[in-house]
Design a protein around this ligand. Structure first.
Ligand code: GAP
Length: 479
């Protein structure tokens, strides 16, 4: 883990953003709980996404489908048959690895050693192997030929590569037999596909239109040790946009632009975002690109934009026997719509925002840790302090606090030196600190201290709410 990454993980725990799940029992790997500040951050991101996708598009509606679905859904979607990772076991340590990731690690090592030609050759073989009819065998051959050793034990004693299904299963009702087996959804998208007609009819939508959803997804990830980057229980923000066949590339480009802009509008620097073209397209996709962010652990995917053709609706038509066609009143044609999907990981978005916001500087010779969140995203918008606990200052501060609470999550603090109070707020990314002091008693003004510049200005106490509203609206990241 990188130094910054470790600092973020530790800050998250210390200040109540994110805790290991079931910590008093030693934790459960790759599952995390959001604490009081984490849940505020999460809700802010969810609202931003919902506003951008649903409220700002008259032809996009939201749903909230059940996590448990009819088991045939996952046969139709292809997840029962093909939602697999290629795994290989180190016989010496009994550790299990993803074969493709072992090879990627090997390629990175070759590049670090300056062996670019060899790295390129292995990379080419990896892409071919991922497309091969017998993918496990092709990956195994690379590991053997390149003599890739186990990262933990250093041994070169591998099993064959086997496919491992990533879905969690359970049984519905009291009988634990195959016919009662169901799955925890591995993506939210299928809840949208099966509700295609329900939403279209009730919301009276015409193509093109979208259905958006935020919800939990579950995957039995094998390599899961990167904090909230790869979890077994996580949250997705997905939108399926249904279009006329032949127009999907236009929609793909539009959504690509909008989704990239959304991340930038949340305060992510464009230089830290890039597009990644999929090396291996799923057999049903005709285009797929990921938005990657430069996390402290390297460039990684935060969101995927996929053109999924009519695959999902066609398969649901086949497996359910129900028509998934759309009658186009403009052209009098009947067709199964094509779909462009935008699929963002909520937790990866949070990790990106934390990574982007984390900063350290020096104030009066002391280290200051500051989270420079966009004020819209910040879990606490403002803190209100009376300079001292007397002369009626707490009453005035409470009145300001109450006023702000009608619109924002606000924190009141009257304990300790004001400098310390500022520091505690910087560390959780609170953009504005309002202090009631002696002068407030004389002229009714308060100080507002800016988290980023630490500059203080005086404004009338009655103007605090509008001041914050304006600042939130016009905030831009420096640099
Ligand atoms: N419906 C399409 C779909 O699920 P995906 O690329 O498998 O596509 C979409 O997942 C997004 O979900 C990813 O870009 C990522 O942000 C997030 N995601 C996937 N697996 C995850 C995991 N194990 N932990 C956290 N986020 C994950």
């Amino acid at each position: 883990m990188s130094d910054v990454f470790e600092k973020i993980v530790s800050l998250c725990k210390r200040r109540g953003f994110i805790f290991p799940s079931s910590e008093i029992y030693g934790g459960l790997s790759a599952t995390y709980d959001y604490g009081p500040l984490g849940v505020e951050l999460k809700r802010n991101v969810q609202s931003r996404w919902w506003e951008a996708m649903v409220y700002q598009h008259e032809n996009v509606e939201g749903i909230d489908a059940a996590i448990l679905m009819h088991p045939t859904v996952w046969k139709a979607s292809g997840h029962v048959e093909a939602f697999n990772d290629p795994l290989i076991d180190d016989k010496a340590s009994k550790m299990r690895y993803r074969a493709d990731q072992l090879i990627e690690g090997h390629i990175e090592r070759l590049r670090r050693q300056g062996k670019e030609d060899r790295a390129d050759a292995v990379q080419k073989r990896l892409v071919e192997a991922l497309h091969a009819a017998d993918m496990p065998k092709a990956l195994h051959a690379i590991i053997m030929d390149e003599e890739i050793r186990s990262p933990d034990s250093g041994a070169f004693d591998w099993t064959e590569v086997r496919q491992f299904n990533l879905m969690f299963s359970t049984y519905v009702g009291p009988v634990q037999e195959e016919e009662h087996k169901i799955y925890l959804r591995p993506e939210t998208a299928q809840g949208i596909f099966v509700n295609f007609h329900n939403v279209r009819e009730t919301a009276r939508l015409q193509i093109p239109f979208g259905i958006a959803q935020i919800g939990k997804a579950f995957r039995n990830e094998i390599v899961a040790r990167q904090f909230i980057f790869r979890m077994r229980e996580f949250e997705q923000m997905e939108m399926q946009y249904f279009v006329k066949p032949g127009t999907q590339m236009e929609a793909f480009e539009q959504w690509r632009e909008k989704r990239m802009q959304w991340h930038i509008d949340n305060g992510i620097r464009p230089s830290k975002l890039r597009w990644h073209v999929h090396e291996k397209l799923a057999h049903y996709a005709d285009a797929a690109m990921d938005i990657q962010y430069q996390y402290p652990i390297g460039w990684q995917e935060v969101e995927g934009i996929h053109s999924r053709t009519d695959y999902d609706l066609r398969r649901h038509q086949e497996f359910s026997g129900k028509k998934m066609e759309y009658f186009d009143p403009q052209t009098n044609e009947r067709y199964i719509p094509y779909v462009v999907e935008t699929s963002a990981g909520l937790d990866r978005t949070i990790l990106m925002l934390l990574s982007e916001a984390y900063d350290e500087d020096e104030v009066d010779g002391e280290k200051r840790v500051v989270l420079r969140f966009h004020p819209r995203i910040a879990p606490v918008k403002a803190a209100v302090f009376p300079l001292v606990k007397k002369d009626g200052m707490p009453d005035i501060a409470h009145a300001i606090e109450e006023d702000l609470r009608r619109h924002h999550n606000v924190f009141y603090d009257e304990k300790g030196a004001v400098g310390r109070r500022y520091r505690r707020m910087d560390e959780i990314g609170t953009p504005f600190c309002i202090t009631v002091d002696g002068q407030t008693l004389e002229d009714g003004t308060v100080t507002v201290r800016d988290r980023d510049t630490m500059a203080q200005i005086r404004i009338p106490k009655d103007n605090v709410a509008t001041y914050i509203f304006d600042k939130v609206r016009t905030w831009k990241r420096e640099g």
